[in-house]
Design a protein around this ligand. Structure first.
Ligand code: MSP
Length: 523
């Protein structure tokens, strides 16, 4: 069975993880969990990008070896993913043997095929972005110094012998591919920029460095290391054991660094979706597919570029000292509320702003009021007036609404429109709150306890549905919601059934287990 293969970018280890990294990873986790809920086998990959001058420089400053430096930061990423409940199936580091072997095998194969040739390189280079630029793409001026168009830092001129990948010959095929596969460049509003870029004509890509020592040695060229982006993109293949399987002369032996994942190339490739930030869309939609074409491999089905977070209106940067540390936010709000906020606050694909006030608002108004309060009102009424047990079978008052939302939500997930999913969930919770206001079970219990029990039975269906819907977004809290409903099963195992048929999975007479409040209000 083909797995649903989803990836995040592999993160540079020169910096500590921040909300930008957390954002891409959480989004991928939500989609991975949703797919698993649907019974799909999922291969969810993340990892770290550990070579190149940026990391070599950072380790030098820290006074340790690049290896030690990379290991330290990779561990930070891993522990953050644990804290954030990220369910990745594998974590790849570009310094692992399995990756190095794959990169070297691919370089050799492309060289043998004549896709890589020796030349001479002379162009502007930005170390921070690990990107090359033509002079006419730069900001600034020759007199005052040229700057990188992406990050505005000074660029340097590089001139050296280099090996080139024949990227230029893939322009037409790329344009054809974009045309025939309109989903490949997602979301739609980002597609045009890439099409224009390719239409202007592509230059061959320098894929080796003579000066850079911290990198993967190019097997056929002494002293050269692989260009860090060429190295990094290949991670998506190395994690599938691609080279081990397909390239002669290399044994298919699990290296000790290979994690518990047993995903094989045939079961995973082509990748279903690469989640990336908008600034690295070009690498994933121009260079990467051309590399795959040269290897004769099918292309990923979709590359989805999300937007960027500013912090209280400002670009996040070390110099401004406004980098948001996810660990700190989790300490205050909990991992699940943080996950919720990131996907709720802005459409996935657009830019947005992170602020404590915005987070506090979403938390108090949506999680504490609309959602948490709904749970606590209903469960308190059941506990107080019915000793925690509702014996009536609901008629399904909310089912038409739920079924309508289910259709929409499923479509939204297909588009990675997480904000819309959460809006729909919230609208059902609000509808249930209104239903309580209208029916006032707290009064009804005195005048017509039977009817009151029926009203509460209807609302229990909503609570079941909400627990299931929130599972991908808030894996821990949704499990607690589920337990409060008196359920003992692991929510992730039953979530899709509950989401689709909340009534069919309900047994009247189940004793609810009201516990502490789900979302205590915050000041
Ligand atoms: N190493 C490369 C990716 C190689 S993939 C083959 C890289 N790494 S990175 O550490 O810079 O992380 C990139 C990811 O972090 C992108 O998805 C990017 O969008 C995300 N973010 C970094 N800062 C961000 C914000 N301020 N807001 C949202 N996401 C941003 O690029």
């Amino acid at each position: 069975m083909k797995s649903f293969y989803i990836t995040t970018p592999i993160y540079y280890v020169n910096d500590r993880p921040h909300i930008g990294h957390a954002y891409t990873t959480i989004a991928a986790d939500v989609l991975a969990r949703w797919k698993r809920m649907q019974g799909e086998k999922v291969f969810f990959l993340t990892g770290t990008d550990e070579h190149g001058s940026k990391i070599a420089q950072a380790s030098l400053q820290a006074g340790i070896t690049p290896e030690a430096y990379a290991t330290r930061t990779a561990e930070e990423f891993k522990s953050l993913w644990k804290l954030l409940n990220i369910s990745n199936d594998d974590f790849i580091r570009t310094t692992e043997t399995r990756h190095i072997k794959t990169v070297q095998a691919i370089l050799t194969r492309l060289y043998d095929q004549g896709e890589i040739y020796k030349g001479f390189y002379e162009d502007w280079y930005c170390v921070a972005c690990e990107s090359f630029w033509l002079e006419n793409q730069l900001k600034g001026a020759a007199s005052s110094g040229w700057q990188c168009p992406e990050c505005a830092r000074p660029v340097e001129k590089l001139k050296e012998e280099s090996y080139f990948f024949k990227l230029s010959k893939y322009g037409d095929r790329l344009l054809q591919h974009y045309k025939e596969n309109p989903d490949f460049l997602s979301p739609y509003h980002r597609a045009q920029e890439m099409i224009q870029f390719v239409r202007q004509g592509l230059k061959d890509l320098s894929v080796s460095r003579l000066k850079e020592k911290w990198g993967i040695p190019v097997p056929f060229a002494l002293g050269h290391t692989a260009y860090v982006w060429f190295d990094a993109l290949i991670n998506y293949l190395s994690a599938t054991h691609y080279e081990l399987k397909s390239l002669a002369g290399i044994e298919d032996q699990a290296s000790p660094q290979i994690s518990s994942s047993n995903f094989k190339f045939e079961e995973t490739w082509p990748c279903d979706i690469h989640f990336v930030g908008k600034e690295i869309f070009r690498f994933h939609t121009v260079i990467w597919p051309a590399m795959l074409m040269a290897l004769g491999l099918p292309l990923p089905k979709k590359v989805f570029a999300h937007g960027w977070w500013t912090v209280e209106g400002d670009k996040m940067s070390k110099s401004k000292g406004n980098i948001v540390d996810p660990v700190e936010v989790c300490k205050e709000f909990g991992a699940d509320s943080f996950r919720y906020f990131l996907l709720r606050e802005m459409p996935f694909g657009a830019d947005g702003d992170f602020s404590k006030i915005a987070l506090l608002k979403r938390y108090n108004f949506e999680l504490a009021n609309d959602l948490g309060n709904l749970f606590s009102r209903i469960l308190t009424l059941i506990e107080k007036n019915f000793s925690g047990v509702i014996r009536k079978m609901p008629k399904g008052f909310f089912m038409p609404l739920i079924l309508e939302k289910n259709k929409k939500i499923t479509e939204s997930f297909e588009k990675s429109a997480f904000q819309e999913v959460l809006e729909d969930g919230l609208s059902v919770a609000r509808e249930a709150n209104r239903y309580l206001e209208v029916n006032a079970p707290w009064k009804l219990v005195k005048t017509n306890p039977e009817l009151c029990e029926s009203v509460l039975a209807e609302t229990l269906i909503v609570l079941r549905w909400l627990s299931a819907l929130y599972h991908p977004f808030m894996p821990e809290l949704s499990q607690r919601m589920w337990q409060q409903l008196g359920e003992l099963s692991k929510l992730e195992e039953v979530a899709m059934k509950v989401f689709r048929e909340p009534i069919a999975t309900y047994s009247p007479g189940t004793r609810i287990q009201k516990q502490e409040i789900l979302f205590p209000r915050k000041a």
